[in-house]
Design a protein around this ligand. Structure first.
Ligand code: ATP
Length: 215
């Protein structure tokens, strides 16, 4: 496995307040990593920094060896999926949401079949009936799994996950955990859920923007 994401003594300030302080860590391709820590400790800020949402005030962020700049952020956004706590699906029905990117030029003509949609949904613990449901009538945990399914259909291999199992029943949670155990997928996650944390290869603990433990 080769190094994919590297933070080297990274500090990040948001609206003049320092949120991340001299943070250093490495994520290899295929690794499943999780950030845990109290609310407000800076976990989501790590993910958003990698997506170029917040500028790096000090230190270096590298992705596949490239320093984080506009081009690198574009490359990250092309191969990564950020799944927040309430993803916006941007369509009426779940089926439309899953097929939405295939209407755009980059993916035109590559729309997946209903069988393929059902197969991916099934791996995430969702029945095919959900395809015809209205996005406004599904739960936050279902929306997150639909967003994961859409990312998978697009061939995304880096997943930035913000609390994807906290709202799930045990069976659905196991399905999501098994889905992400695929060695082809790299996971950088934020979680409080002990079951999710136990399944990750690497656990980072943040306290007031500093790394206090890694293992
Ligand atoms: N856009 C913003 N403007 C101002 N402050 C922000 C912004 N985003 C984050 N912060 C602050 O940065 C700190 C860290 O936020 P962050 O969301 O990274 O924490 P977290 O550990 O993910 O918390 P939680 O577990 O509650 O999601 C918090 O004090 C938060 O208020």
């Amino acid at each position: 496995m080769t190094g994919l994401v590297r933070f080297d003594r990274v500090s990040v300030a948001v609206q003049g307040r320092t949120i991340l302080r001299a943070l250093s860590f490495d994520i290899r391709e295929g690794e499943k990593a999780v950030f845990k820590g109290k609310s407000g400790s800076g976990k989501s800020t790590v993910l958003k920094t990698l997506l170029g949402v917040y500028p790096v005030a000090d230190g270096e962020v590298r992705f596949a060896g490239r320093l984080l700049d506009r081009d690198t952020v574009s490359a990250i956004r092309a191969c990564a999926a950020y799944i927040g706590q309430e993803p916006v699906l941007g369509a009426d029905t779940v089926r439309e949401a899953l097929l939405l990117p295939f209407g755009f030029k980059a993916h035109r003509g590559k729309a997946p079949s209903t069988g393929r949609l059902a197969e991916i949904l099934g791996r995430l613990g969702l029945a095919p009936l959900i395809l015809d449901q209205h996005c406004s009538r599904i739960s936050g945990g279902e929306k997150q799994r639909i967003a994961v399914a859409r990312a998978q259909l697009l061939g995304k291999r880096l997943y930035l996950l913000d609390e994807v199992t906290s709202a799930l029943d045990p069976e659905s949670k196991r399905a999501v955990q098994d889905f992400f155990s695929d060695p082809a997928l790299t996971v950088l996650s934020v979680a409080h859920d002990p079951d999710w944390i136990a399944r990750c290869d690497t656990v980072f603990e943040l306290q007031d923007g500093r790394l206090t433990a890694a293992g």
